[in-house]
Design a binder for this molecule. Structure first.
Ligand code: NAD
Length: 690
């Protein structure tokens, strides 16, 4: 059920009602794409001189109707905009420049690229959307005839051309010559409706969409005699376990293959409609016809990569080969597309696929971060719905390659991308931090996330890791932090943590070996069980995690950074901590051995040696504190004071100081360093490498 207009919630002014109606439309992804569509209202406003003028309120470029607010709309002096109707032609640059000068206030966003379409229609409220059911008509070979059949004289058909001045004039002319029309169907593009009020325009959109859906369903059942959408399923979905097992083995390689011109994060989508489409008889050809809507192009590209995989015939190795070859083939074809369609001075594009369809398994979407990859997958759901509708009506058609290119690389479309915050140092990277629920682990995760990384908090304390992940997601963005339960001493548990990471992000670039426990006891009092436990976590655990990381990083072929959080005690032993000191020293040598082995694969392994970090740390248990105090010959209640006094000379070491060192090793700032040791000892000569 789509939301009904509620006059009480809609507000009273034209602008309030415009915002309300825009949000209602935007709340339904079958009507409005993410950041797509645009809406407008024409009203009378008092300007800065006190004069009442006519104002066109229109959506600002790059905002999303679902969450739109007052500040996302631009007010334009309508009479000034209208004078453009007299012109024969206008370039995009001239149009942008002209509209900037019509703004009623200089601090507003740039007006939507489809502003003139709204301006030239003589109606108080105009909505332009991309509903699946309407685009299905617009992307059908016999679309114009079918629209006439389904909607009669209420709909006007306007042939495809890229948005801009010329399309705006064509739409206005079409409506002038069809005064009875209620809507415009833009071929291969979308819907335009209008009304005397925002409510009338909204309800008209809903009515047309519902009629379109009913018409399509009646044709679908007539054509398929009750079921075989897309020619029926020829490759049925594998079980969820089967899909995950295959994906775990191939995803790191795929991530490497799609990251040649810039790292990507991969989102796996195995929703029923995706599985049914990917495994259908029609998908190999139908998926290659082209995009379902120009709005999708920047996120999904014109065509997805289709992998001709059949689990009944092919194994995991074969799938991997098909994917690698497929990505290469795709990149070659994409470069040819750029060569054929680009104009001098156009920016080159990343040739990697954005959507990969695998029968039996689902869809892989790639993006610069998890959120963008999810948006691309979401748009492909829309494409499937449109192709389904168009195939039920007749035959799905799409833009030509040149038409697609002209939208994908349209400067006004690319401008929207520039509105996103600039990419940070660790953007596009994925980091796994063991002991992520602890004092230092949490600080490291926060620092890496702040710099743009996706972070996986792997800890035996699952609740603690979840709390950190929730906190980070709320601070840096949806999908950017993940908690996994992991006991670093258990091979299977480590493998499971990596598996979850792969399935969530596609791979991994940074691993911080940080999980820890401490033991302070004189040598004679140290039991074998204690000794073994400390070594289990600090050496065996670091080995298991590093081994898994190296395997995955080698499969990706993108290099990587592994960081060990050892301790000052690894270099300068403190009394009565033999197990801890020895295990921490072993960590350093393990790190350097791995560095020797993996340098040629671009995998760097470096170690941080912090001195005492009290803030937030859970290793300072009461037993550890008592032993520490005893080793310094002071009562335990004087320990904190002892450290404070000791650190009056030096600067106290905080988790964030260790996090800064981790950022250095994680990032390309240390690209030329491996096997290194960085002490974080408060800045006095407490723990330098001897
Ligand atoms: P912490 O106790 O606050 O955090 C350690 C985390 O490791 C905890 O969340 C714990 O649940 C987790 N952990 C323990 N055993 C695990 C296992 N088997 N598998 C997975 N996770 C496990 O301690 P911290 O101070 O944040 O220490 C982090 C690292 O820094 C440790 O390796 C520690 O030895 C090292 N370090 C700490 C200090 C210090 O003074 N705090 C100084 C130098 C080095």
């Amino acid at each position: 059920m789509r939301p009904a207009w509620d006059d009480r919630a809609a507000g009273t002014t034209d602008l309030e009602q415009l915002i309300y109606g825009s949000r209602l439309l935007g709340s339904d992804p079958t009507i409005v794409n993410w950041k797509g569509g645009n809406t407008s209202a024409k009203s009378a406003e008092v300007d800065h001189t006190g004069k009442t003028i006519r104002v066109l309120w229109v959506k600002g470029s790059g905002s999303d109707l679902a969450t739109i607010t007052r500040k996302d709309f631009v007010g334009l002096r309508f009479d000034e905009v209208l004078t453009l109707q007299a012109r024969e032609a206008m370039s995009d640059d001239e149009m942008v420049d002209y509209l900037l000068r019509c703004m009623i206030h200089p601090q507003q966003p740039r007006a939507s690229i489809e502003t003139l379409l709204h301006a030239f229609l003589p109606f108080a409220h105009v909505d332009h959307t991309h509903p699946d059911a309407i685009i299905a008509f617009c992307t059908t070979k016999r679309g114009e005839a079918l629209v006439a059949e389904a909607f009669g004289r209420r709909a006007v058909w306007v042939p495809y051309q890229r948005p801009g001045f010329a399309l705006s004039k064509a739409v206005a002319a079409a409506v002038r010559s069809h005064p009875q029309a209620e809507a415009v169907f833009l071929a291969k593009h979308g819907l335009v409706t209008w009304g005397a009020t925002a409510r009338e325009s909204y309800e008209r959109t809903l009515r047309l969409v519902a009629e379109g859906e009913r018409f399509i369903e009646s044709r679908a059942s007539a054509r398929t005699s009750g079921g075989a959408v897309f020619g029926g399923v020829t490759v049925p979905p594998l079980s969820a376990e089967g899909r995950q097992a295959l994906l775990t083995s191939v995803l790191p390689t795929v991530r490497g293959a799609v990251s040649r011109a810039g790292r990507k994060v991969i989102y796996v989508d195995d929703a029923d409609e995706v599985l049914n489409f990917a495994g259908s008889a029609a998908a190999p050809q139908l998926s290659q016809v082209g995009s379902a809507c120009p709005d999708h192009l920047v996120s999904t590209k014109h065509v997805p990569l289709f992998i001709p995989f059949d689990p009944a015939r092919d194994d995991g190795d074969r799938l991997q080969t098909l994917l690698v070859e497929g990505c290469e083939r795709y990149a070659e074809a994409y470069r040819a597309y750029l060569k054929a369609c680009a104009r001098p001075g156009d920016p080159g594009g990343d040739p990697a696929p954005r959507i990969i369809l695998i029968p039996g398994i689902g869809l892989l979407a790639t993006g610069k971060d998890k959120f963008m990859a999810m948006q691309a997958a979401g748009l492909y759901h829309r494409a499937i719905a449109v192709m389904r509708g168009a195939s039920a009506l007749d035959q799905f058609v799409s833009l030509s390659e040149q038409e697609a290119y002209d939208v994908e690389y349209w400067p006004l479309e690319l401008y929207k991308l520039t509105l996103a915050p600039p990419e940070r140092e660790l953007s596009r990277r994925v980091a796994l931090i063991t002991g992520g629920a602890g004092g230092i682990g949490r600080a490291v995760a926060a620092r890496l996330a702040e710099e743009g990384a996706h972070v996986v908090l792997a800890d035996i304390d699952q609740a603690g890791a979840e709390e950190v992940a929730a906190d980070l997601s709320s601070r840096v963005g949806e999908g950017r932090a993940l908690a996994v339960r992991c006991d670093v001493t258990d091979d299977a548990s480590v493998a499971e943590a990596f598996r979850t990471t792969i399935l969530t992000y596609g791979g991994l670039d940074i691993v911080v070996n940080n999980a820890g426990i401490a033991l302070a006891a004189p040598l004679e009092a140290t039991t074998l069980a204690q000794w073994r436990r400390v070594h289990d976590v600090l050496t065996t655990g670091y080995f298991l995690v590093a081994r898994e990381a190296v395997r995955m990083m080698k499969a990706q072929g993108l290099g990587g950074s592994i960081i060990f959080v050892a301790s000052k005690n690894a270099l300068v032993p403190s009394k009565e901590a033999s197990a801890y000191n020895a295990a921490k020293a072993a960590e350093i040598h393990l790190a350097r051995t791995i560095a020797e082995e993996t340098g040629s694969a671009g995998i760097r392994v470096n170690t941080i040696c912090p001195d005492a970090v009290l803030e937030g740390s859970k290793i300072w248990t009461s037993a550890w504190r008592e032993e520490r105090a005893r080793s310094y010959g002071i009562p335990v209640d004087q320990l904190d004071e002892f450290y404070r006094r000791r650190t009056t000379l030096r600067v106290n070491v905080f988790p964030r100081d260790v996090a800064e060192a981790a950022l250095f090793f994680a990032s390309d700032r240390s690209a030329k360093t491996t096997g290194g040791i960085l002490t974080v000892d408060g800045g006095v000569a407490g723990a330098y490498v001897r």
